[in-house]
Design a protein around this ligand. Structure first.
Ligand code: ATP
Length: 326
């Protein structure tokens, strides 16, 4: 089959009793894309993923994976999806290789194919040297890799990873991210995170979920452009206060302004442009024309991080995990 979308979610809604976990969520993911579901705790990321993976029925709406309806064709969907839930239930008393073979067989691979594939994913996920260790004795980072290897073992078209780097140290985070990036093209990946830099570093595109709704979607650059608003200019100008006020009021390029007195007869002027233009060259020219004196001229654009924090009330939870990324 060659459907245009690997994931197609339309108007998806999930209610738990009276609580609405997701509300009319719609989005598409193309083959080979890495897409991040970004949002604070409780935004509805896990709910969306569990519905896609066929672990939870939706209340309304439809979700399709590779053209198959997750509710009506759940067997076809499961064959094509590798899902790593947030708290991946591994068997602590099993050895890594034994567990992966067991999972591969459960997913319908022949004994021979299971052996072959387990070799591939052990290598791919950096598990070769711990293949005979008990899962219960592995570090969290290695257990996470076992979860990834499990999600990959049947060569699914789509890999769905719920918070794949949560609780890992910076080195482990790097290696898991590298692994995920390496899957692009051959596989489609949908991952969830509550950390913006995680989505920016790993994903081609992200969907920001908030209180069960899609707030915005796009590449990091598109979101930055769309959400970060206008570029404010800060200028410190020595001029008569009234003269400055009437000048800014008469300026069609300036949508709004604020002014405060500074020292030595200067005024700090904060100028919001109409549209997205950079006002600095204009301000420089105006100051010269008027014979005023300029001592500072700078431009400030809110970063996507500022906007995300403002929208979600998240003060970068887990940001320390991000320090070492290259
Ligand atoms: P987190 O990052 O904390 O996992 P999330 O974005 O994955 O958050 P969900 O776990 O999908 O969010 O939860 C969305 C909403 O649904 C939350 O308000 C949550 O309390 C609620 N919820 C999730 N599972 C259940 C459940 N089994 N019963 C009742 N409410 C639930």
């Amino acid at each position: 089959m060659s459907e245009p979308w690997m994931i197609e979610v339309q108007d998806l809604t999930k209610r738990y009793g009276s609580r609405v976990a997701i509300h009319g969520v719609s989005f598409q993911v193309a083959r080979g894309e890495i897409v991040g579901l970004l949002g604070p705790n409780g935004a509805g990321k896990s709910t969306t993923m569990r519905i896609l993976a066929g672990f939870l029925p939706a209340t309304f709406g439809t979700a399709r994976v590779a053209g198959y309806d997750v509710a009506l064709d759940s067997l076809e969907v499961r064959r094509r999806i590798g899902y790593m839930p947030e708290n991946n239930p591994l068997y602590p008393e099993m050895r890594v290789q034994e567990y992966l073979r067991f999972r591969a067989r459960l997913k319908g691979l022949s004994r021979r194919r299971a052996r072959e594939r387990v070799e591939v994913v052990l290598e791919q996920c950096g598990l070769t040297e711990v293949r005979r260790r008990l899962i219960g004795q592995l570090s969290k980072g290695y257990r996470q890799r076992v979860g990834l290897a499990d999600a990959l073992v049947h060569e699914p078209d789509l890999i769905v990873l719920d918070e794949p780097t949560i609780g890992l140290d910076p080195h482990q985070i790097r290696s898991v991210r590298r692994l995920i990036k390496g899957l692009a093209g051959r596989h489609t990946v949908l991952l969830s995170t509550h950390i913006l830099p995680e989505a920016e570093m790993t994903c081609h595109r992200m969907l920001i979920l908030l209180e069960g709704r899609v707030l915005a979607s796009g590449t990091p650059a598109e979101l930055e452009r769309r959400l970060s608003g206008s570029r404010q200019v800060l200028a410190e100008i020595a001029a008569p206060e009234e003269g400055l006020r009437s000048f800014w009021n008469a300026c069609p390029e300036v949508a709004a302004w604020e002014m405060a007195p500074a020292d030595d007869g200067f005024h700090r002027c904060l100028l919001m442009p109409r549209g997205d233009q950079d006002l600095r060259p204009q301000v420089y020219a105006w100051v010269r024309e008027q014979g005023w004196t300029l001592r500072e001229l700078s431009c400030r654009r809110y970063s996507l991080e500022d906007i995300y924090v403002r929208l979600t009330g998240q003060e970068g939870g887990g940001a320390s995990d991000e320090d070492e990324e290259d």
